[in-house]
Design a protein around this ligand. Structure first.
Ligand code: ATP
Length: 365
């Protein structure tokens, strides 16, 4: 895959404040990369550093084969990076089409590709002569994206483009952006703090915290094999259960012991765990815990748990129970007989387990 964008050791600064600490990311042609992290993680700063809007330093900052470090924003814009900022910001006195063409004159080829916009967003065709204010929220968002698309850019940079939309519109617009990627093979970097957006849109996810990359991987790698406790906790809703435990090697594998207040520890046997230190954090996603009898397989282990809370959620029921001294959420089937205050045997799929070091927070398996 041809690399379109590459950063190595990218640092960014607001005066004395350093917001990015050596970010290494590469974006291949036709890739959709989601940059995800909590508020203040440095996601928008990454886009601003790429486009010359904040001062940055890097070992490598190259776009389309050329080093662009230190280039002014307008030159980067002309080279084919198009930033779609947060919010819609249409000019009310201009028509929809005029709004689409604002700023387009500096496009890569000098030509305007209005057809690409109307092909992707046919809703805008009959509205083209209407004022920008006569559009629905979703249509205004289409114009905001169309304004980048009309320039036929090589790389789209989306900065939380859907954050101001209601839940239904977000889902609709998410598929429009996915279409942009699939239909046109558009290359994009997509900033969000919404993990569903990241999982559904991206071919590659970058998790950022405090200006430092935590993990880069496919959506399934990030979800199934989080590199550390931060990623494990951040990606997934409800979050991955993280349970302190002890690991002891025995003949047939590893004995995992979870302390239980005032009783014998819960013991699970993992035959594939490999070498683990004694103190571990066991990570298991809610969907990898089932009611006994509803999950089979050689790695499935059962334990008795005391139910604290039952939360029906339509298709599934979330059941909060205690395993040792730790609260744990299981995603059970809708008709579960779980009842608060009662015990229930739950089945744990250790084939899906993650182990982390409590000291370093890093993944161990
Ligand atoms: P959000 O999801 O809230 O938009 P983000 O991940 O995009 O967050 P950034 O906006 O990139 O985060 O901010 C990264 C850090 O840089 C934060 O600590 C923020 O306070 C700081 N920062 C951002 N803009 C400025 C600025 N203009 N001056 C000083 N510090 C700034």
């Amino acid at each position: 895959m041809t690399k379109l964008l590459e950063t190595e050791g990218l640092q960014a600064f607001y005066g004395d404040f350093q917001a990015l600490f050596g970010v290494d990311i590469s974006v291949g042609e036709s890739e959709a990369v989601a940059l995800i992290g909590a508020n203040g993680a440095g996601k928008s700063t990454f886009l601003k550093a790429l486009t010359g809007l904040v001062p940055s330093r890097a070992k490598t900052l190259s776009f389309n084969g050329a080093p662009v470090s230190g280039w002014p924003a307008d030159r980067i814009h002309r080279a084919g990076m198009a930033l779609v900022p947060e919010g819609r910001r249409l000019f009310p006195s201009l028509s929809v089409e005029e709004n689409l063409l604002v700023g387009a004159a500096g496009g890569r080829s000098g030509a305007w590709n209005l057809d690409a916009v109307y092909d992707l967003f046919p809703d805008l065709v009959e509205k083209r002569r209407n004022p920008g204010t006569a559009l629905s929220g979703g249509q205004q968002q289409m114009v905001a994206i169309g304004r980048a698309l009309v320039r036929d850019p090589k790389l789209f940079l989306f900065d939380e483009p859907l954050s101001n939309l209601d839940a239904k519109l977000r889902v609709e617009m998410r598929s429009e952006i996915k279409k942009l990627h699939h239909k046109l093979g558009a290359t994009m970097v997509y900033v969000t703090h919404d993990q569903i957006e990241a999982m559904t849109l991206a071919t590659k996810i970058v998790v950022l915290k405090g200006g430092v990359v935590q993990q880069i991987g496919s959506p399934s790698e990030i979800y199934n094999r989080p590199a550390n406790l931060f990623v494990a906790d951040f990606m997934g809703s409800p979050a991955m259960n993280l349970i302190p435990a002890k690991a002891r090697r025995n003949g047939s594998g590893t004995r995992i012991e979870i302390d239980r207040e005032g009783g014998a520890p819960v013991v699970l046997h993992d035959t594939h765990a490999g070498d683990l230190p004694e103190d571990i954090i066991l990570g298991l996603r809610p969907e990898d815990i089932a009611e006994a009898g509803f999950r089979a397989g050689e790695d499935v282990q059962e334990a008795e748990c005391l139910i604290d809370m039952v939360e029906p959620a339509g298709a599934d029921t979330y059941v909060v129970s205690r395993l040792g001294g730790t609260s744990m959420t299981a995603r059970l089937h809708a008709e579960t007989s779980a009842h608060p205050g009662e015990s229930m045997t739950l089945a744990f799929d250790l084939g899906k387990v993650s182990y982390f070091s409590p000291e370093s927070g890093q993944r161990l398996n």
